[in-house]
Design a protein around this ligand. Structure first.
Ligand code: GDP
Length: 304
């Protein structure tokens, strides 16, 4: 089982999907980036995972559908709309169907399963919860921002003072997530942003306790290499939240949630006292690197 956010998480999930049988891989995805736009429910992390595993993803962005057009956005601009959030024309089909199925009474778990199955994705992708949770970012410059405004509209440049996961307290574990947690024999936390992608998953009541209760390898993969994020705001956010941006601080942040940690071989000077830790080349620059890293991690875990 893997806990994932968006692009960083999708890369490792893609590697795992190529070496594990579909029934051996369950992906629990962050839903706290989800939001409504033009009356449609948009679920960016879930779609990034789904498009990546379906082989449809835009390889240069790591999100969206490769080769997609943006005629609809052009038409919205003709109406004077500020189209700060990019939605491709083919991508729209996902949002239209998801929204109509949700309105018809399907759960997000059911909708995700239907969409993924139709695209030929066989590993199970499970939203962390069926209740809405929304990450809000308190910033110095603009006050509290909805996640996509911080991340996309302002390109994660505002200075972060704090984070809230609104709705998390009312969210519940789904029967599907509960079952997957009970049967997992390895838990991997992908190299996703710990505060923006993984923390909301852990904020669902019962999630962290259910993970910690499992006497199995619970291993996180660092999103920080040599003090820097491969992409996105993770290192900047760590500084703003008062952490030293390093793989060691990420491991410490996860605390007793994990009993193993994969850090990058470029950080060979680091030590992780209370954990089993291994230094690997975690920078997935090519599609082949994803498979190599996934295999190396699983081989290392076999010797746990
Ligand atoms: P995103 O917010 O949609 O990009 O999704 P995630 O939260 O899943 O991933 C973001 C995190 O992934 C960032 O902190 C990156 O540093 C990390 N990341 C992205 N690519 C890689 C990679 O190839 N190797 C490692 N170790 N981390 C990565």
């Amino acid at each position: 089982m893997a806990l994932v956010g968006g692009v960083g998480g999708a890369k490792l999930a893609h590697g795992l999907a190529q070496i594990l049988a579909p029934e051996q891989l369950t992906i629990i995805v962050n839903t706290a980036d989800d939001f409504d736009l033009y009356g449609l429910r948009i679920c960016p992390d879930s779609d990034t995972i789904m498009y990546t595993l379906a082989g449809l993803v835009d390889k240069s962005n790591g999100w969206g559908i490769g080769g997609d057009t943006t005629h609809m956005l052009g038409a919205l601009r003709r109406y004077g709309q500020d189209t700060w959030f990019r939605l491709g024309d083919q991508d729209m089909a996902t949002h239209v169907l998801r929204t109509s199925w949700l309105r018809a009474g399907c759960t997000q778990t059911q909708v995700t399963a239907r969409l993924a199955a139709a695209l030929g994705v066989r590993p199970q992708i499970l939203p962390m919860s069926d209740e809405p949770v929304a990450t809000l970012i308190d910033t110095v410059e603009y006050g509290e921002l909805a996640f996509q405004h911080y991340f996309v509209r302002y390109r994660w440049q505002p200075t972060v003072k704090g984070l809230r996961y609104v709705g998390a307290e009312q969210a519940r574990l789904t029967p599907q997530v509960t079952a997957a947690l009970a049967k997992a024999d390895v838990i991997l936390i992908a190299p996703s942003n710990p505060w923006l992608s993984v923390a909301p998953i852990l904020a669902v009541p019962g999630m962290r306790a259910a993970l910690v209760a499992r006497p199995i390898p619970r291993v996180a993969v660092t999103p920080i290499i040599a003090g820097q994020a491969v992409k996105g705001p993770a290192a900047k956010l760590m500084v703003e939240l008062g952490y030293l941006p390093s793989a060691a601080a990420v491991a410490a942040y996860y605390g007793d949630l994990i009993n193993g940690f994969v850090y990058d071989k470029r950080d060979s000077g680091l030590s992780f006292p209370a954990l089993r830790a291994v230094a690997l080349d975690t920078w997935m620059q090519s599609e082949g690197d994803r498979v190599i890293l996934a295999r190396e991690i699983l081989t290392w875990i076999e010797g746990f």
